[in-house]
Design a protein around this ligand. Structure first.
Ligand code: FES
Length: 195
């Protein structure tokens, strides 16, 4: 009787081991079968975005390293609005290391017309929503300058992704490394320090 049990147990162990080898054996061809671009994306390769069809005031999203990266084409009025409310911001001069050096300015951008920013709240990682238009229609008060609202716990950010004072989010939204390849093509995830 014991001998029969022992033989069954050995058979089960052998079957499990064979199953394990099969999984490992199929995993390698799967990875190898990815195209070069898919492998690069999985590894977090830089992503190119063409902004030529983006009208002033519009925003588009690209994915980099699994994160949404917003590209907002600001109007002249939006750029001008960045000055009026800085006393209400937690880090108006972008002193916290939330951006590359070339984005440590009021517009937090290489070209003030285009904000390139990671659309993830610095509190607990929700994705803020657009509240681009200024004033009362935003639901955020007459003095709202335009920006973003995180629906999770109410953090608000301006049109440069700068967080207002006394919000759950401790810092400004993060600016990813990026550089412009032409007037209308930006590469996210690469700049002259990472290239
Ligand atoms: S995750 Fe944005 S306010 Fe909490």
């Amino acid at each position: 009787m014991n001998e029969i049990r022992r033989q069954r147990r050995n058979l089960l162990i052998a079957t499990s081991a064979a199953g394990g080898v099969a999984v490992a054996a199929t995993a390698v061809p799967f990875v190898a079968s990815l195209t070069p671009s898919a492998r690069a994306r999985a590894a977090g390769a830089p992503v190119e975005a063409d902004v030529s069809k983006l009208a002033p005031g519009e925003m588009m999203t690209v994915e980099w390293r699994g994160k949404p990266v917003w590209i907002l084409r600001r109007t002249p009025e939006m750029i001008a609005s960045l000055e009026g409310h800085e006393a209400r911001l937690a880090d108006p001069a972008s002193e916290e290391p939330q951006q590359p050096d070339y984005a440590s300015n009021r517009a937090r951008a290489i070209n003030p017309e285009f904000l390139v920013v990671i659309g993830i709240c610095t509190h607990l990682g929700c994705s803020p929503t657009e509240k681009l238009a200024p004033g009362a229609p935003s639901g955020l008060g007459d003095d709202w300058p335009g920006g973003f609202l995180c629906p999770c716990h109410g953090s608000i950010f301006d049109l440069s992704g700068r967080v207002f004072l006394s919000q759950p989010a401790p810092t400004n939204l993060e600016i990813p490394p990026h550089k412009w390849l032409s007037a209308s093509v930006v590469i996210v995830g690469e700049d002259d320090s990472t290239a």
